[in-house]
Write a protein that binds this ligand. Sequence first.
Ligand code: GDP
Ligand code: PGA
Ligand code: MN
Ligand code: MN
Length: 597
Amino acid sequence: MSAPTTDHRDLLTWVRQVADLTQPDRVVWCDGSDDEYRRLTDELVGTGTLVRLNPDHRPASFWARTDPSDVARVEERTFICSADEADAGPTNNWVAPDEMKRTMTELYRGAMRGRAMYVIPFCMGPLDAEDPKFGVEITDSAYVVASMRIMTRMGSAVLAAMGSDARYVRALHSVGAPIEPGDADVPWPCSRTKYISHFPESREIWSYGSGYGGNSLLGKKCYALRIAGVLARDEGWLAEHMLIIKVTSPEGRVRHIAGAFPSACGKTNLAMLDPVLPGWKVETIGDDIAWMRFGPDGRLYAINPEFGLFGVAPGTDWTTNANAMRTLARGNAIFTNVARTDDGDVWWEGMGDPPAHLTSWTGESWTPSSGTPSSHPNSRFCVPIGQCPTLAAEYDDPHGVPIDAILFGGRRKTTVPLVAEARDWTHGVYLGATLSSETTAAAAGEVGVVRRDPMAMLPFIGYHAGDYVNHWLSLGKSAPDAALPKIFYVNWFRRDDDGGFLWPGFGENIRVLKWITERLDGRGAAVESPIGLLPPPSAIDVTGLSLPPGALEAALAVDPDEWRAELPLITEWFERFGDKLPAALWAELDALRARLG
Ligand code: GDP
Ligand code: PGA
Ligand code: MN
Ligand code: MN
């Protein structure tokens, strides 16, 4: 943390320009060292942003509470500022780049007064990749620096690797809360005005007003999905909202599976799955983002560009996600908007019986009779992925792992069966393009509303969604069929008539993965249905599982009436794409309609 040790002229110029505009007290180049992290977290404890947790429970870990208005991604305030409005498509907010830059330049003017301006060189993916994907985030939030240290490879090694002329993504962030002389800071500075803006042509990100992870850790959603998605479109690869796992069968057969589920729909849990079936092993490669490109053998290889886990806290427990609990027990975590116990540990809904007394995420005294959740439903843990006991050895391999299967999934109380297999790549792309899910607390807005979420990427496609599904289709044509991953559609969240989950989920999901790997091996029974190939109930290994009678059948059922009711919704969805919707997808919809009769 000192003067810049770089002769990267473009970077030095940009940093000077931003400092001139935002007028911070000082400019700090982040080196990524332990010392720096200690100093920053000490400072954050001093300003009240972080509270140090009891090291007996949570070594080197901290508790943060945000402003109650700044708890999730803000999709309404997220913009794709392409030169041509048509390139942003029907699913993004658009403002002309010049106009957005004018507006935000005025917001940034003096925005860092009274604060330090941190310069964070970072790299998405391994630094020893053939073409490392660099970024530099400038931020006035020490919480962002501490979190970026967990979530990305950052600091001196990255700056050195950038040399004097590497290309990098400029990522500018301000909480938008200057401290005027004589004023005191607040624990969670932010602004009522928020913009999360992307400039795909110039590969820039400008974020203002929010400190929440998805809005402020700009390597994650903004770079690794929205900007990288544009690079991927241009260069023939995929930047996706996917977990990556390595699954080993009792016979030692290794398969790699990627899975796209919308935010708060089970990626992190599946990525760390603790299998209930004896002899099966699941190892973690990524829990949120996959970059996939074809290898020389025509197979699709995936890497996880991230360095940490930013997981949903509620629901995480020894019974549901023991590996997350083990990862967190090793310390070095930042918990945001969970509750704190009286002896300096954390607690959230779903973690067994509640203690008699807590401090809630809003800072209030809380007891089990309070009648409100102690933790925000989108409260998060942020922890180094290197601490995950199930991390696969391949995690750091810049070449990635060959993907055998892709899962699309969502949160649907009805209609969508536990698992279905696509007939071929095009049908699989259709399943992804029509993916539907109930909205969650991961984004501001109403929760529980069913919406279409193509490939779980609705909030993250940095260009026209029609071009995006076309990109998926055309990639399928560039590789031999046998080399392409098989595509499956899953739903862990179907309910019975009493509102309970039909399927127990979590570690039990290995039973579904087992059927999927059997299908990859050319074994495993499947029956035709209007929506795809289904396992007959007898094809799911339920050894040691006692389900209520009929529950598995109900979880796997395809009800033609329910599916006929989806048809107008899918039609309406496709119509939004105009002439950008590939004819092949209309043909899939027509074929589905015909099969439903
Ligand atoms: P992500 O945001 O996609 O990574 O989703 P998470 O894995 O963090 O899960 C989001 C929420 O869904 C958490 O509250 C989990 O406990 C819950 N969840 C995850 N997997 C399952 C599952 O298989 N079944 C059920 N019922 N809930 C799940
Ligand atoms: P998630 O990541 O997918 O794990 O919820 C954060 C997000 O997508 O907002
Ligand atoms: Mn996500
Ligand atoms: Mn997650």
